[in-house]
Design a protein around this ligand. Sequence first.
Ligand code: ASP
Ligand code: MG
Length: 415
Amino acid sequence: MALIVQKYGGTSVGTTERIENVAEKIIKSKEAGNDVVVVVSAMSGETNRLIDLANAIHPRPPARELDMLVSTGEQVTIALLTMALEKRGYPARCYTGAQVKILTDSAHSKARIQEIDAKVVSEDLKQGRVVVVAGFQGVDPSGAITTLGRGGSDTTAVALAAALKADECQIYTDVDGVYTTDPRVVPKARRLDRITFEEMLEMASLGSKILQIRAVEFAGKYHVPLRVLSSFQDGPGTLITFEDEDMEEPLISGIAFNRDEAKLTLLNAPDKPGIAGSILGPISAANIEVDMIVQNVSRSGATDFTFTVHRNEYERAKDILDGVAKELGGEVFGDTKIVKLSLVGVGMRSHAGVASTMFEALAGEGINIQMISTSEIKISVVIDEKYLELGVRALHSAFGLDDDDATVRVEGKEA
Ligand code: ASP
Ligand code: MG
């Protein structure tokens, strides 16, 4: 007998019909002999609708009241789902975050969970009930309702799984797992059977939006085995887990890309101590996050300094850099038409030659690399955004990630 925490996202509970379908899935797991705790999101679109209502009344809605409002979406789905279970003869009870004592700090709209007293839940499980808990919400020390940030139901599920020492936390969503890359860009993308927490964190922070990043961090920290599966079709999904020493890790697990960055260069800056600080100091003082940084080899007392920022911050960052250039000398260039491609894989720790294979594959397609950065399990390059698809596809096949059956499927569809 295992204890499973299941989380169903907004599209999975988007209509009453789908809620009935979720009830059936829960019953299947229950019938297989599991204790089941369920976390649900609001019906898809509901949280946005509530935020729009608030904005229609107040240009900057008070944070406490906004959380009171947006947390209601989940209260609807827990009640409906519990009714669907009861109708089928399965005893169930639903609870808000405050009722199961998901205690958070008071940072409204981005609260952090501090403690869960899961006694109520355990008691119900002992009585044979399915427990249905509202995702995304908690309660602060003053008793105010808080929310955990968009997509926060994932974090609720993982935190409950950690508190209850569940055997697995299953995240049901509208895709059937984590893919080697975005299947919309590479039709030959393959579902991964497993991926490590570290890799998943890299993929998530690079823009694979399957799971809230905080949920992955939390699961890694508390050793909660996490599985991503589809609500709409059966299958094993993708298990997110720790590196297994007995298993041969694939060299590369996935390829992520990010279209949201822009590049800024200060050409011919004086090459002397403190220069990087005087360029990036004002940028960070303006609260602009910098991602990649490259400073080239100095020659004759001058250096070129390039960095990337979020595209939304580009104009602001450029103004600041123009100011820096006036003081230090040098010339400012900017480019918003770039994309960052990243190879992610724990296997690259123990293998040489990943970078050169990557660069050769891109060169083979005539793609120029503008910037390179590496970390232990990731290599990123910046290229012209018009080569995004070509670049990702070239890397996908160069590293043996292509699913050739998928090609057949796709070609079959087209024919
Ligand atoms: N309903 C919330 C949102 O839309 C939380 C969630 O879905 O996880 O962000
Ligand atoms: Mg979500």
